[in-house]
Design a protein around this ligand. Sequence first.
Ligand SMILES: *Cc1c(COP(=O)(O)O)cnc(C)c1O
Length: 375
Amino acid sequence: MITKTRIWLSSPHMGNLEQEYVREAFETNWIAPLGPHVKGFEEDITEYLGESSYVAALSSGTAALHLGLQLLGLGKGDLVLCQSFTFSASANPITYLGAEPVFIDSEADTWNICPDLLEESITDLLRLGRKPKAIVAVHLYGMPYNVEAVHKVAEKYNIPVLEDSAEALGSHVNFQKCGTFGDIAILSFNGNKIITTSGGGALVSKNKNWKEEAVFLATQARDQAPHYQHSRIGYNYRLSNVLAGIGRGQMRVLDDRVAARRNNYAFYRDQLGEIDGIEFLQEPQGFFSNRWLSCILTPSFDIREHIRCELEKEDIESRPLWKPMHLQPVFEKARSYTNGTSEALFNRGLCLPSGSNLEKEDLWKTVEHIKKALV
Ligand SMILES: *Cc1c(COP(=O)(O)O)cnc(C)c1O
């Protein structure tokens, strides 16, 4: 059971309307991966992101990445440039399609894919006669990647971008929302994300055909016929109508959730920002992060681990920053272009309790024990 006493990193936070939508699903017997809430949820997301965003609600963010890469025409042996500093779900679907991830390290300003290294990797691979088929860029912890520079490189070499916005619903750059930058973008509604359907995701695109193609592939690729006929291989990736009901309720409170998480970050920064050796990632000019997780950088691996273990003793959950993909055993043989940034972040960084449902006293307690661990 999820107990009240433990202070969690990021736990689900329901509003007032989710159960009403779920009850409606039960009453109308739409207990299936189709129904009015699926369409309603998609419309809610479109309304949030802007008119020209076509949305396919799916069973997970990972499923959305898998379909997105397939829509970009990825196949066996193709190379995909993927941000190394991320959760494994950004990279795994590349391998589902028999393609090869090439990992690109981060820049210090956003912790996301480094535009210079990205260009370097492209020119290097072009020299080898291996033009990459796609770029997977991630808005990690809610901080947008350097959208302008990354897309400039992508356009220069005519390589499509899959924007992994799983952690960044509610973030924006110069008021353009994350989830609207890529040729295809994905969202996640997993239990730990800023809003959740318990499990779920979405594929977003400005191209209406891609949305329709995604839905087609997500529902077993059924041809139009009275019987079941298939000309292509499909998947069972559509979102359940029951879970879409939860999503509709969650969309109503998204702005509150963003505000609450940003308040967590502001509190931590207020309390810990003056301490020698503790650093925070700040928003570059024009960037707005949903602050999905509040993270600190400590002076060293040992100090980070000491803080983490002291918090754990108090039943406070914290977690090292993502371990870069180029350092993961499973991707040992993958090509990578590195500059040491993500490895240093992994060694020194810690994610602090960041849920929108944390009590003020939880935040005070966390800060108190971090300070104690540092003396
Ligand atoms: C959560 C997450 C995903 C995958 O989403 P799921 O819905 O859990 O499959 C992909 N990328 C990143 C960066 C994530 O944090």
